[in-house]
Design a binder for this molecule. Structure first.
Ligand code: ATP
Ligand code: MG
Length: 196
């Protein structure tokens, strides 16, 4: 199998993530894509309030339910602590020793890769699938360390940062987040004023 790993804080998940995931799956001929919810995203820690991992996981579950080939993964939440992609990939490698692993990332994240924990080890284990993201260009020297392919996805200028602001200010989330996930946000009173 060709397994895609799409990690994120998903705070909250939005259709930019989902369109990227399904199109990366199709474009890179992946059999499935694991949407891996970060437990503690070390890059974002201390900068703002991140919703509890269990809530972000519930949103991802609601968003991918019924979508063929997309799976919510709690592997980083079960492991606990700070989430390093290399640890996740090593764990998935153990579960799927004979399968090929692909790490799906947006162009913005591609520029940060070299700051990641044990990047050389990670580069030995995965092929990157880089998807375009409005406002970001992928670095030109990626090939020096990484094997990668690029998949063109619909350019959606959508971010969780904007969606958190929308929710807090009472502006519409419709068509930017799947309706099942919006229902969860409302029912559980996530992203309410005072939390930013
Ligand atoms: P935040 O604004 O809080 O950083 P985000 O929208 O960037 O949230 P993340 O959870 O940080 O979402 O991103 C997870 C992954 O999804 C990253 O690889 C990122 O590049 C990718 N991604 C997020 N939004 C898009 C989008 N609109 N198009 C393509 N890729 C995206
Ligand atoms: Mg981001």
């Amino acid at each position: 199998m060709r397994i895609g790993i799409f990690g994120g804080t998903f705070d909250p998940i939005h259709v930019g993530h989902l369109a990227a995931a399904v199109n990366a799956k199709a474009g890179a001929h992946l059999d499935k894509v694991l949407m891996v919810v970060a437990n503690i995203p070390w890059q974002k820690e201390g900068l703002r309030k991140v919703q509890p991992a269990a809530e972000r996981l519930a949103l991802v579950r609601a968003a991918v339910s019924g979508v063929e080939g997309l799976e919510a993964s709690d592997i980083e939440i079960k492991r606990g602590g700070e989430s390093y992609t290399i640890d996740t990939v090593l764990e998935i490698r153990k579960q799927f020793p004979n399968d090929e692993l692909f790490l799906i990332i947006g162009a913005d994240v591609a520029s940060e890769l070299d700051t990641w924990e044990r990047a050389d080890d990670l580069a030995d284990l995965v092929t990157l699938v880089i998807v375009n993201r409005p406002g970001s260009v992928r670095p030109s020297n990626l090939g020096e360390r990484w094997s990668y392919l690029e998949v063109e996805v619909p350019s959606l200028d959508i971010s969780s940062t904007d969606l958190r602001a929308r929710a807090i200010e009472g502006r519409p989330l419709d068509y930017l987040i799947p309706s099942a996930a919006i229902d969860y946000i409302r029912q559980h009173k996530l992203y309410v004023p005072g939390e930013e």
